[in-house]
Design a protein around this ligand. Structure first.
Ligand code: SAH
Length: 420
């Protein structure tokens, strides 16, 4: 009977935790099946004279056991599920015959007709498992699965339920600004929020996607003055959380990198309000990367230091040992430093950093308005002034900048070759 006349399979979610699963074969097919079986908590035995290094790795870490010999029928004793994955057709036939006889469901990558179960394309979105069976057209099922997951992640398909809504506070780091650069967990937390309290540098495009019943509070519009605004933010967070709402505190980059995130965690803890953190991609590393600059590079920089320049060197509140920083040979990334670059540049040169040290200034990293200025330590402040750089901008200091700009010049040259 042709495949398209087969009745469609009956989907079921196998709960394999603590249950024996036998995988016959240790090659690439087995390797692909193992992570999901392990994640499901199955007690997996791989039977195969040889395995790939990855399969062996699972065995060495104790996630599975590997029995290094050819298959025998008694291997199926006590199994709930069998994966047939050798490259010897006769062995595959034997295993699936034995499984049939014992009424154990069995998947076969080499012969779907002979299999008693098919593996769907699977993906996870928080507590949801999406499984798509494409009637043995794996590309199609994988692409439908991807489509569903993408829409769940973007919020086009809303998966809000009372079960996933957790009252309390979630600190979400939104990444450098491009809405694509938030984490999957961060995006999901946003979708499940009743209230979102957002900073200026949090990716604004993501706020626009939220459902109309979500209360969005712009933290930058709260009463002025650093301390006052932090107090009113804290008060708001606690108020909404105490009303049983799921509150997302939405920040740029990572909440714990100069983001005052932990102050809010402390506040919640003191008030007995549950609070969790979803880390974000910090601008300190991602903004240079997007501008083409690696913050470390083999043979060039073995250290990278991230510094807040919101107070200048010598300021009574400064906690930075600029002399020590100046003695480092690696990369320095400055955040919140646009205002104090003249003093910082002097301090670094006084401490021993070469005036010619290459620097890059990246404004509005990952956004449509992103621009980069290449300069040197001695010209840094002047060039920032001349190019009218405005916050947010990150400054990268060190020889990695030269590695990057060499390549950029090369690419520029090629472009000119092509166009002119
Ligand atoms: N928690 C954030 C940093 C907050 S401090 C993080 O992890 O990225 C604010 C500073 O971050 C800005 O003054 C700027 O130096 C830097 N910054 C944040 N986003 C930026 C971006 N998209 N481009 C350039 N610099 C950025």
């Amino acid at each position: 009977m042709p495949a398209h006349h087969d009745p469609s399979p009956y989907p079921a979610g196998l709960r394999l935790a603590g249950r024996r699963v036998v995988v016959v074969g240790g090659g690439r097919v087995a390797q692909r099946r193992l992570p999901a079986l392990v994640a499901a908590g199955a007690v997996v035995e791989v039977v195969s004279p040889e395995t790939t290094p990855a399969v062996e790795g699972h065995a060495l870490s104790g996630e599975i056991t590997w029995t290094a010999r050819p298959y025998t029928s008694s291997d199926l004793d006590g199994a709930w599920y069998v994966v047939v994955a050798t490259d010897v057709p006769a062995v595959n036939r034997q295993v699936s015959h034995d499984a049939d006889e014992r009424r154990i469901f069995c998947v076969r990558s080499d012969d779907g007709d002979a299999a008693t179960a098919w593996t769907p394309a699977v993906g996870h979105h928080g507590p949801l498992t999406v499984a798509v069976l494409g009637n043995r057209d794996p590309r199609r099922s994988a692409s439908v699965r991807d489509e569903i997951l993408n829409r769940l992640r973007s919020g086009e398909i809303v998966a809000r339920t009372d079960q996933t809504r957790t009252p309390g506070v979630t600190l979400v780091g939104g990444g450098p600004g491009d809405p694509e650069l938030i984490t999957v967990a961060g995006r999901r937390a946003l979708q499940e929020a009743d209230v979102v309290i957002a900073d200026r540098l949090a990716p604004q495009a993501l706020l626009a996607e939220l459902s109309p019943d979500v209360e969005i509070i712009d933290a930058t519009k709260l009463p002025r003055g650093r301390a006052a605004s932090q107090e009113s933010i804290n008060a708001l967070i606690l108020d909404r959380a105490r009303h049983g709402k799921s509150v997302v505190r939405f920040k740029g980059g990572d909440s714990y990198v100069f983001g005052r995130g932990f102050e809010e965690v402390q506040e919640c803890a003191a008030a007995g309000v549950p609070c969790r953190v979803v880390p974000g991609i910090t601008s300190a590393f991602s903004v240079p990367a997007l501008a083409g600059i690696p913050v470390t590079h083999r043979g060039v920089a073995h250290d990278v230091t991230v510094i807040s320049g919101h107070v200048p060197p010598g300021h009574p509140e400064s906690l930075v040992d600029w002399d020590a920083v100046a003695r480092l040979r690696g990369t320095v990334v400055l955040l919140m430093a646009v205002k104090h670059l003249a003093e910082i540049s002097v301090a670094l040169r006084k401490g021993g950093r070469r005036p010619q040290t290459p620097c890059a200034v990246v404004q509005d990293g990952s956004m449509a308005t992103e621009r980069t200025v290449f300069t040197t330590l001695e010209k840094l402040a002047d060039d920032v002034e001349r190019h009218q750089i405005r916050p947010p901008a990150n400054i990268v200091i060190g020889d990695v900048v030269a590695v990057a700009s060499d390549l950029l010049l090369l690419e520029d040259g090629r472009r000119h070759d092509l166009t002119g």
